[in-house]
Ligand binder design. Structure first.
Ligand code: BG6
Length: 225
């Protein structure tokens, strides 16, 4: 695999570019506490990649709470307002280590950069952290109709860039997202602990000191061996 074959890189946002998981956790936990129960960081990990309503369903299930759909919509809005006030205070320094350097390397090679996030708040996060201009294309939760592991979010990005899935790398921190990338025919790179991504083509711990060409070299070795 060479940089000539790779035409596009598609990045998930939450957990790949920035650690917004902690803000989702704070807001969901506040909601759970208000309903009279608590939930753990480990449980929060299992919400990664799930959409807003699907996350709420899981949390209510953990709390043993039943409520009609209209009430669920209300609580999802309440949580979202808390979340919005948390991310509005985010700063450029919250972009995860090595991300900007990595994005610059990709850009210098003439490879297109897309963001694909299930979050409807993705643009606000990009604005608060001042990284919107790094992305040639932004697909966010307002444009995506099917949730991961459906590959729609990544396919929309590759189609809009004019490339086939095989010409794109997908960077994901959620096992659901890795499955989505693989179903879509993309090369899937897990970002996080290797044991989380048995299906990924390659796993990286993060972007710190990561050289794009080394990454391609490792991918080639994997594909050949
Ligand atoms: C995903 C996160 O990126 O976006 C999930 O991993 C989150 O935790 C989902 O629930 C939807 O986000 P939002 O901001 O639209 O509620």
């Amino acid at each position: 695999m060479t940089d000539q074959q790779i035409k596009g890189c598609i990045f998930n946002l939450d957990g790949v570019i920035v650690d917004t998981g902690k803000y989702h956790y704070q807001a969901w936990r506040r909601l759970a506490n208000q309903m009279g129960f608590d939930f753990s960081k480990e449980q929060n990990e299992r919400l990664k990649g799930l959409g807003r309503m699907a996350s709420l369903e899981k949390i209510l299930e953990w709390g043993g709470i039943y409520m009609p759909e209209a009430e669920k919509m209300h609580w999802a809005d309440v949580k979202n307002n808390w979340y919005i006030s948390l991310i509005s205070n985010m700063k450029p320094g919250e972009v995860l280590p090595g991300v900007l350097y990595f994005l610059r390397q990709v850009r210098e090679l003439g490879i297109k950069i897309a963001l694909s996030s299930a979050s409807q708040n993705a643009r606000s996060v990009l604005k608060s952290t001042n990284i919107e201009s790094f992305f040639d294309l932004i697909i966010d939760g307002t444009l995506i109709k099917k949730e991961k592991p459906d590959p729609q979010c990544f396919l929309q990005a590759s189609v809009a860039m004019g490339f086939a899935p095989a010409q794109c790398l997908v960077f994901e921190d959620a096992p659901l997202g890795i499955d989505a990338a693989i179903y879509g025919g993309f090369t899937a790179i897990g970002v996080g602990r290797p044991e989380l991504f048995p299906n990924a083509h390659l796993t990286i711990e993060g972007f710190e000191n990561l050289r794009f060409n080394n990454l391609l070299g490792q991918l080639t070795e994997r594909v050949i061996s």
